[in-house]
Design a protein around this ligand. Structure first.
Ligand code: CA
Length: 228
């Protein structure tokens, strides 16, 4: 999960980034509204945490500008108690939720989980990322660029599907084990690595410009290769 935090208060922003990191969120931090807007327009974030009182451009202006430019990233507004009217304007302008400062960290995490769930619309159509895709009802992984495809076996298929659904995000080995083998299992991390290596070979074989990266100590991430 990748977050954008737009917040001008140094100490608060630093503490927030540190605790989000512990929760395995990757957070980019913009310290004024203008920077927040330009990062937000990249459309790579799962949630934007947006303070209202900001230098250069306030949070509501940032939000309105994002929505006007077609960015639908869920926005969680941070408001002070005195900013009730801003909160209403914010929700009217397309904010998805708000938190009043000061708030408890656990409350923030709960809101973030709710927002990312809401945004993860279940897709029944093709699963695609970069130049690879899996057709619904098929067990093949296909590459648009090379036109090649390969069949996946049961566990490979489940793992590939899981990686595609979470493309660009880090998924931990624990998550993979729970997802593919279930909670009640003696499966070890080695098994995950074995299947990851099978999938890497298959992606290589179909000449996909997509790779499964190992993120040290955290897990794996499906990423697009940089174009030469
Ligand atoms: Ca502020």
């Amino acid at each position: 999960m990748r977050l954008l935090l737009v917040e001008d208060e140094e100490g608060f922003g630093e503490a927030l980034c540190a605790s989000l990191k512990l929760e395995h969120y990757i957070t980019d931090w913009a310290k004024d509204g203008e920077e927040g807007l330009s990062l937000g327009l990249s459309d790579v974030y799962d949630v934007i945490i947006l303070d209202i009182m900001l230098p250069v451009m306030n949070g509501l202006e940032v939000l309105q500008s994002l929505r006007k430019q077609g960015i639908h990233t869920p926005v969680l507004l941070l408001t002070a108690k005195s900013e009730i009217e801003d909160k209403i304007t914010g929700l009217d302008s397309g904010a998805d939720d708000y938190l009043t400062k000061p708030f408890h960290r656990e409350e923030l995490y709960a809101r973030l989980r709710a927002l990312t769930r809401r945004n993860a619309a279940p897709t029944l159509s093709n699963l695609a990322y970069g130049d690879i895709y899996m057709q619904q009802g098929s067990i093949e992984i296909c590459c648009k660029t090379s036109g090649l495809s390969l069949a996946l076996n049961g566990k490979e298929y489940q793992l590939m599907e899981y990686l595609l659904r979470n493309a660009g995000q880090i998924i931990s080995r624990e998550q993979i084990i729970e997802k593919i083998w279930g909670y009640d299992t003696n499966v070890e991390y080695n098994n995950v690595e074995v299947y990851i290596s099978f999938l890497r070979k298959k992606l290589n074989f179909i000449r996909a410009q997509v790779s499964i990266q190992t993120i040290r100590k955290l897990g794996y991430k499906l990423t697009q290769d940089k174009q030469e």
